[in-house]
Design a protein around this ligand. Structure first.
Ligand code: SAM
Length: 221
């Protein structure tokens, strides 16, 4: 798979079969930090300050959202329980080509790459504070017997993968969020807002990452 340089100098992958990049072309790093870290994780921790947090990501891909989240949690002394769902896991060599090590502490990066393949086999402690599981399956096949504080919904866009944004998929994913939990994604459409409201979420239009006016944040009641 080929990578391209995005607007902020960070790399992203191009998936030819799907016809889409893994991140915003305006800036992969900026998007990950804005949509998922700031508007999702940090928002949740501001609402309810605590020293443990759990995150479920739909579309683990290169792990950029994970390493930024782990880096933040390690620096803030917050224990992180992270589960990423990924139907088509990337080879570690592809992930290493992205050079995302430049964006996080060296130990966080080293813990990620040295434990990536173990995390694909099941929940695995990558250091004292962070546990990682990468569920190698399609989102609709995913089951787990716990609930999460935050959902990072990072599927390819609806024009390319409409089934990821269907009522069935959103309802399936929403089941794994705690009451009061936060669901964030980079996009916002009328259909998405209607689906999330019907699932019992309150909807917020948050400012989007560079290149997008708005994004969706939804809180489960
Ligand atoms: C927009 S990319 C995610 C980017 C990722 N968060 C990152 O930081 O690199 C979408 C991801 O969803 C994965 N995917 C596609 N179909 C899926 C499915 N049915 N279930 C789970 N993951 C899927 C793709 O393989 C891809 O890694």
């Amino acid at each position: 798979m080929d990578y391209v340089i995005t607007g902020d100098g960070s790399k992203t992958l191009y998936n030819e079969q799907v016809g889409e990049h893994y991140h915003s072309k305006h800036g992969a790093l900026q998007e990950a930090k804005h949509v998922f870290l700031k508007s999702g994780l940090q928002f949740s921790l501001i609402q309810e300050p605590r020293n443990t947090v759990s995150v479920l990501e739909i579309g683990f891909g290169t792990g950029l959202n994970f390493i930024l989240t782990a880096d933040y949690c390690v620096a803030q002394h917050i224990a992180l329980d992270y589960c990423g769902i990924e139907a088509f896991p990337l080879d570690l060599s592809v992930i290493e080509q992205m050079e995302y090590n430049n964006f996080v502490a060296e130990n966080v990066w080293d813990d990620f790459v040295s434990n990536y393949n173990m995390a694909l086999k099941g929940e695995h402690k990558i250091n004292q504070a962070v546990s990682l599981q990468i569920a190698h399956q399609k989102v609709l096949d995913f089951q787990i017997d716990k609930l999460f504080d935050v959902i990072y919904f990072d599927a390819f866009a609806a024009v390319h993968q409409p089934e990821m944004w269907s009522d069935e998929t959103l309802a399936h994913v929403a089941k794994f969020l705690k009451p009061g939990g936060i669901f964030v994604t980079y996009a916002i459409t009328g259909n998405l807002k209607r689906s999330m409201k019907a699932l019992g979420f309150s909807i917020e239009k948050a400012p989007g990452a560079p290149g997008k006016r708005e994004m969706l944040r939804a809180i489960k009641y």
